[in-house]
Design a protein around this ligand. Structure first.
Ligand code: ZN
Length: 391
């Protein structure tokens, strides 16, 4: 039969107090004080575990945000690369057009020079023919022996004038054509310059976005770092809480009560193989002291109390997983770790053979097994000095 030993003791002491002092509010027993202290430790550990869960979640979120922001940055950088390629293409187009424009300018200049030159010649010829000396012109005209010759001379003079005039007009027309071409090129250049300005503005925008994204990323990384630090702190706090609980158990183990009678029972009936023995072992190249024996078995195999006693620990540890410790009196206790679930609570009295837990793979465990320890005055000892691997 399972009784709550602590509660019954508490009531007995309260009754004793009431009898002795006629008062129910006198000093509580050390047993009760110790129990509440243990509960405080366990509560504190639970609180830390809850906090760790929150921090783990926050860390996951922070890491997710950092990754998202990195993706945003990659996208922006890709766009900037794209835009810079466009800018370089447009700049090269503008360069080409500027080359063409300067070519046209040169052609215009040359054409103008030719026009000026021809115009000068034309003017000289006209002056020579009509203005320099009337008599000479007349003699050219009237020197003709026949009227036909006269007409021919006059016509020739006119033709020379016409030819020069036509030549200058043609050259002027050519020059105008070149100027029109140049204007067209300048218009294209302006269009491309407008496009380039647009692309440059976009580039500016993207660079601003990139720099903002970098600021955000820096902030997020700082947050991630801080959260990581919080997480390390809480992990250290949890380890400290575990050590405190262990220490409490060492201090409060009942050495005053005698060791419960009878022998020691193998904790996992039907499973007698030991996969890892007590003592120093090599774990992934690191020397480690194994505090108990590992008994592999199937998931949810019943784990039994090796001896009768009181449950002094029934909770979860980061390393031991779901753990039960039974105080057997006389300074002896047994430990059952990595359970899938527990079947007892703190303070409960158990008899030898009672199912206290179901085997699992919780805590620092690689495969379903029962980690079994025997402690004497809180110090681990080889369990095989007590239990025998047999049914
Ligand atoms: Zn083990």
């Amino acid at each position: 039969m399972v009784r709550n030993k602590v509660l019954s003791k508490f009531i007995a002491i309260l009754v004793l107090c009431a009898v002795a002092f006629g008062c129910l509010l006198s000093a509580p027993s050390t047993q009760v004080q110790a129990a509440s202290s243990y509960d405080d430790l366990v509560d504190e550990k639970k609180r830390l575990e809850e906090e760790k869960k929150k921090i783990d979640q926050a860390l996951k979120e922070a890491q997710g945000k950092v990754d998202d922001q990195k993706a945003v940055q990659t996208q922006i950088s890709y766009q900037i690369q794209n835009i810079q390629n466009q800018i370089s293409v447009l700049s090269s187009q503008i360069n080409t057009l500027e080359g063409q424009i300067s070519q046209k300018n040169q052609e215009i200049e040359e054409m103008q020079a030719r026009i000026d030159e021809n115009y000068d010649l034309f003017k000289k010829r006209l002056r020579a023919m009509y203005m320099a000396d009337d008599a000479t012109v007349l003699s050219v005209l009237f020197g003709s022996s026949t009227f036909a010759e006269f007409l021919s001379a006059a016509e020739t003079t006119q033709r020379v004038a016409d030819h020069d005039d036509k030549l200058i007009k043609e050259m002027t027309a050519q020059k105008q054509q070149i100027e029109a071409d140049k204007a067209e090129i300048e218009a294209s250049k302006q269009q491309i310059e407008a496009s380039k300005a647009e692309v440059m503005a976009k580039n500016q925008e993207l660079n601003t976005a990139l720099s903002q994204s970098q600021d955000t990323l820096d902030e997020l990384k700082a947050l991630e770092k801080k959260t990581q630090k919080d997480r390390d702190q809480i992990a250290a706090d949890l380890e400290a809480a575990d050590r405190e609980i262990e220490e409490w158990l060492k201090q409060n183990q009942s050495t005053d009560t005698p060791l419960s009678p009878g022998g020691w029972l193998w904790p996992v009936s039907g499973h007698y193989r030991i996969s890892d023995g007590y003592g120093w072992r090599d774990l992934y190249g690191k020397q480690q002291f194994h505090k108990g024996i590992d008994i592999p078995c199937g998931l949810n195999t019943p784990i039994r109390a090796s001896k009768g006693g009181t449950v002094i620990r029934a909770n979860t540890s980061s390393s031991y997983g779901n753990i039960v410790i039974i105080d057997h009196g006389g300074g002896y206790s047994t430990v059952y770790a990595h359970n899938n679930s527990l079947n007892v609570v703190y303070g409960q009295t158990v008899n030898q053979g009672d199912v206290i837990a179901y085997a699992g793979n919780t805590g620092d465990s690689y495969g379903v097994h029962c980690h079994f320890e025997v402690r004497v005055n809180g110090v681990v000892t080889n369990p095989l000095q007590y239990v025998v691997a047999a049914g």
